[in-house]
Ligand binder design. Structure first.
Ligand SMILES: *[C@@H]1O[C@H](CO)[C@@H](O)[C@H](O)[C@H]1NC(C)=O
Length: 275
């Protein structure tokens, strides 16, 4: 009797829906994270990216990969859209160029969005991300606001070295005690899976389906970026805002040069003339 009920077509369809929903909840642990791993899903996403508010910026990005750079590969592009509070994990490992070249209903592509100067895009340290996007997909980022530079510019003294994202989040992101504990827990689980020095491997970003702990790891930082943006932005004079935009553009340009090297002490130095 029970198997008859399960085998009737509408019940089966319903069951599949429930399982999918359960999988999604399990995977993302929150309804706000969506995996984008088909051209249809890319087209739909691209359709959502035009005409969004620009202040505060609507689009927050991060990237994961194996040796993320011109010699490595890109696995996941994370995008958080502030107005809808949705986070998208775009499966670059599976979709390759199609991630960037698939048009939405409006004819726009993700590549175009990334290259439009009039659409602000927030990254935290854009250099390696830009190096990878440019060298593998020919993407010339424009309209970048680099949060790492915003933090540096927002300081009242000692503008010598930039800070890493974890330090910025711990110091400046308004997180509740519970959010903070969660953030640390998710970060530690993720690091154990991908960091070679912790016994992990970056190849975990190319496993499909993406392990649940990696989904959480990928989603969490990009969701915090808008809070950091707001913290830093309100401390900047119009002069510093302009300098941040210029220096962000300089970082993109540098990352596209033949001699760019993302490794070493020089990566921590403030832009010339900032201190
Ligand atoms: C940037 O990429 C290089 C490898 O090209 C890596 O050694 C370095 O740690 C990366 N920097 C950051 C801030 O991720």
């Amino acid at each position: 009797m029970a198997s008859q009920v399960l085998n009737s077509p509408s019940k089966t369809a319903h069951l599949i829906d429930v399982i999918k929903l359960f999988d999604e909840v399990e995977l993302a642990d929150s309804p706000e994270t969506k995996l984008v791993d088909t051209v249809e899903a890319i087209a739909e996403l691209v359709g959502l990216l035009e005409g969004l508010p620009t202040e505060p910026p609507s689009l927050y990005f991060d990237l994961e990969g194996v040796n993320l750079s011109r010699v490595g590969t890109v696995s996941i592009l994370q995008l958080h859209i502030l107005p809808s509070k949705q986070t998208y994990l775009i499966d670059i490992h599976s979709l390759h160029d199609k991630s960037f070249s698939t048009p939405g209903g409006n004819g726009c592509t993700l590549k175009k969005i990334l290259e439009l100067d009039t659409i602000p895009k927030v990254f935290f340290d854009v250099r390696n991300d830009s190096d990878a996007l440019y060298s593998h997909f020919g993407i010339r980022l424009a309209g970048v606001q680099d949060l790492q530079l915003m933090e540096l510019a927002s300081r009242s003294f000692l503008r010598k070295n930039v800070n890493g994202l974890a330090k910025c989040i711990e110091r400046d992101a308004p997180l509740s005690a519970e959010e903070r504990a969660n953030w640390i827990r998710i970060k530690e689980k993720g690091v154990r899976l991908f960091a070679p020095e912790k016994g992990g491997t970056y190849e975990v970003f190319n496993e499909r389906p993406l392990p649940a702990d990696i989904v959480l790891y990928c989603a969490q930082d990009v969701q915090i970026l808008p809070r950091l943006w707001a913290q830093y932005y309100r401390k900047l004079s119009s002069g510093w805002k302009k300098k941040v935009l210029e220096a962000s553009g300089d970082r993109v340009k540098l990352s596209q040069s033949a001699t760019y090297n993302g490794k070493g002490r020089h990566m921590a130095l403030a832009p010339r003339g900032w201190h």
